[in-house]
Design a protein around this ligand. Structure first.
Ligand SMILES: NC(=O)c1ccc[n+]([C@@H]2O[C@H](COP(=O)([O-])OP(=O)(O)OC[C@H]3O[C@@H](n4cnc5c(N)ncnc54)[C@H](OP(=O)(O)O)[C@@H]3O)[C@@H](O)[C@H]2O)c1
Length: 284
């Protein structure tokens, strides 16, 4: 089984999870979830916006692995901020489970950050969300949450690869016992042919995807690679038996094109009431 990160509430979060964004609902998601569990994953990352929670639950059931052995994350979309309780009840019903392991605020909307967090705390107290956290939050937004929190966020899920990561955010989270989850750790496939990554992959006798995932793990994050392909799902979890040298870690760090990306700057472009399809298409 993959190693875990200990969260501030004492729960153990598996260091790798299967991302299922853009895997169609129905058999493709059911198969991907089943294959991942067969390959040893015990963590699935979905969202209301991905419109495949039902199939995530079905994949877990068909795998035969007990529900309590699988970490399930889903997310509260901004359109549901005013009725978080109903939104989580719906997600849980779709999944066919009694609770989710981790419920995340999908992204921050200015003016709602504190109120939304209070609603998240009530969901955590009710036990339907065992752990709560956020996604796409900058240090300033995390600070705003921490200022009002009686249950601090355990996780911040952010875009994270050698080609784009925010070291300041990583440091802030480490200082505040917030585990960082790396989304789009494979650059959505776009930079897997990069020559510098390829050179490292050849030297370590690993694939470019494995090099990127290993880098993110050694940065201290939990990785969420998406694949709908059985072989690639298995390939992506085979990242716990090798280690990148400090010099190679630095070489990958140096690829960062967006060291201090101001997340706040792009948030107003997202409307709180967008429909799920539009939200999913613009999720990045
Ligand atoms: N919180 C947020 O706002 C947010 C935003 C984006 C993503 N996420 C989460 O993070 C997850 C992962 O991010 P992502 O879906 O954007 O992209 P990603 O994991 O960076 O990349 C996925 C792409 O890489 C390909 N791929 C996977 N493994 C590969 C391998 N070993 N070799 C070659 N190609 C490979 C996949 O194709 P195949 O499927 O054909 O293998 C797919 O095209 C999402 O599914 C979602 O759960 C969260």
């Amino acid at each position: 089984m993959p190693p875990t990160a200990r969260l501030r509430d004492g729960r153990e979060l598996p260091l790798i999870g299967l991302g299922v964004w853009e895997i169609p609902d129905g058999e493709p998601t059911i198969d991907a979830v089943r294959w991942s569990l067969e390959a040893g994953y015990r963590h699935i990352d979905t969202a209301r916006l991905y419109a495949n929670e039902r199939s995530v639950g079905e994949g877990v059931r068909r795998s035969g692995i007990p529900r309590e052995e699988v970490w399930i994350t889903t997310k509260l979309r901004p359109a549901d901020f005013p009725r978080a309780e109903r939104a989580l009840a719906r997600s849980v019903r779709e999944l066919g489970f009694e609770y989710v392991d981790l419920y995340l605020v999908h992204w921050p909307v200015p003016g709602t950050v504190k109120r939304t967090w209070k609603a998240m705390e009530r969901l955590c107290e009710s036990g339907i969300a065992r752990t709560i956290g956020v996604s796409n939050y900058s240090p300033a937004q995390l600070r705003a949450v921490l200022d009002v929190a009686s249950i601090p966020p355990a996780v911040n899920q952010v875009k994270f690869s050698p080609f784009g990561f925010d070291e300041t955010n990583l440091e802030f989270c480490a200082r505040h016992e917030i585990v960082v989850e790396a989304y789009s750790p494979l650059t959505r496939g776009r930079r897997l042919a990069d020559a510098r990554v390829g050179e490292l992959a050849a030297r370590y006798e690993r694939s470019p995807a494995q090099v990127l995932l290993r880098w993110a793990l050694q940065k201290g994050t939990v990785v969420l690679p998406k694949s709908a392909n059985r072989e690639r799902i298995a390939e992506n979890i085979a990242v716990f038996e090798f280690e990148l040298s400090p010099a190679d870690m630095q070489a990958l760090d140096a690829l960062n094109a967006q060291p201090h990306r101001a997340l706040e700057a792009r948030i107003p472009r997202r409307r709180a009431n967008q429909d799920p399809g539009a939200g999913a298409a613009r999720e990045e």
